[in-house]
Every structure is written in C-alpha cells, then in structure tokens.
Design a protein around this ligand. Sequence first.
Ligand SMILES: [Zn+2]
Length: 137
Amino acid sequence: MTQSTPNVFTAEPARNLGLAIRRGFMERCPNCGKGKLFRAYLKVNARCPNCNEDLSHQRADDAPPYITMLIVGHVIVAGVLAAEDIFPQSPLWLDALIWLWLTLVLSLALLPRVKGALVGYQWALRMHGFGGHEDEM
Ligand SMILES: [Zn+2]
C-alpha cells in the first residue's frame, strides 16, 4: 500500500504502514519521521514538536509490555538453552547474573521502541481518532 492509494473505507489517503511502524520503532513521529515521539521514557508527546501532528490519540495500553515480553522471552529462553549446550559446566550464579541482566536491559531497551511501533501502526491505520474522528463508545 502506498501513501497515494486512497483508503476504500474512508476515502482518506492511505498512510504507509511499514514506514510509520519503522519511524515509531525509531522513537520518531510516524508522520514526519523527525520529531521526537516521546517526551519521557514512555510518555508520548501530545503533538509532534516538528510537524505538530496530533499524537494524543494513541491507545497503546498494555500491548507494548506484552509484545516486549513475547520477544524478550523468546530471545532469552533460546539463549539460555544454547548457552547450556555450549557451556554445560557454567556456575549457576554466573548464568543468573548474565541472563537476568540481559533480560532487564533488553526489556527496557525494547519497550519504548515497541510502543513507538504500535503508535505508528495506530496512526497509519487511523485508529482511535488518528483518522479525524473519535472511537464510538
Ligand atoms: Zn512529526
């Protein structure tokens, strides 16, 4: 789908989904790709400081931690199992130190990026008010 293809449901121009997700993952505004998406670690700016796009419609809720846990869990479990094969005699305290630290660092590094990607996804699909009208309750 390109940016110039109209949305068949709303007649509004479609937004580039992949580009918006990539920009969000890089913690940038899904619209311009230049403005910062976050004003704090996980606090999304109400408006883009560069293009003034309204970002207050995002409803990421608890999806970013869920997706982050899904990714980190798969990486860590695979790593632990592979390391156990390669270094079967490694001391337990060393395994715990490495894998717990890696779990923490990976989770904290991925969480805002996953949230940004999700905000980009919602923006590109005009969800939750990003299309100019609020959700019906
Ligand atoms: Zn922007």
